[in-house]
Design a protein around this ligand. Structure first.
Ligand SMILES: [Ca+2]
Length: 206
């Protein structure tokens, strides 16, 4: 049995050999019981990434990373280019989101990828919004980030919506890393933003 005890956004205690703290925290929130939660009902979850400070993501107001900014978390690291984890205009008030900014003063285009892999992934959902008609492409790798495959472009809106990215049908795919790439419109806008949050990895594997 695994459980997380949460007060606000502070994790007071946590035990699990099979789930990330983010996944268990998400279960607690979804269940409406943000106190103690058993880990065994929501087996469809593989991983939840909310980019919150208590999970190890450090917020910043500096977005102009021309080399990837590394975010070190207990689950694994994320690399973020031309963006950062931020509290500015975040998707959920009072929390943190991943934010890209498209500075026209350099040639770098925003991207972020998980620098670790997880197993049994069938599909991924995430919440996102943009400014200035920018979009995001999602792809995945099963070879440690050497090749990114299955790219799909999601047309974002200025209001937050949830999007679904399919990795595999049937049984889940192993060794999956996920990557987001900013997709620029025909007419570029300096400091245009793309926001990503609440990435959930699902599985059909038993
Ligand atoms: Ca968040």
């Amino acid at each position: 049995m695994a459980y997380a005890v949460i007060s606000g956004t502070t994790v007071l205690s946590f035990t699990s050999t099979t789930r990330s703290i983010g996944a268990v925290a998400k279960m607690a929130i979804d269940s409406g019981n943000a106190g103690t939660y058993l880990d065994q009902v929501y087996d469809k979850y593989v991983l939840f990434i909310g980019f919150e400070s208590w999970a190890g993501f450090e917020s910043s107001t500096y977005y102009k990373n021309i080399v990837p900014r590394e975010h070190v978390t207990d689950v694994g690291n994320w690399q973020v280019l031309e963006g950062n984890v931020s509290t500015t205009n975040q998707i959920e008030p009072g929390e943190q989101s991943l934010q890209f900014r498209d500075y026209q003063s350099n040639s770098v285009i925003g991207s972020a990828y998980m620098d670790y892999s997880i197993d049994d992934v069938t599909y991924v959902t995430f919440r996102a919004k943009d400014t200035s008609d920018y979009d995001v492409a999602v792809s995945y790798s099963t070879d440690g980030g050497t090749n990114w495959i299955g790219a799909e472009i999601f047309e974002l809106a200025t209001s937050v919506a949830t999007y679904t990215y399919t990795v595999a049908s049937g049984v889940g795919t192993n060794d999956v890393q996920l990557k987001f790439d900013v997709v620029q419109p025909a007419v570029l806008v300096d400091k245009a933003r793309v926001y990503i949050d609440d990435i959930q990895f699902f599985t059909n594997a038993k």
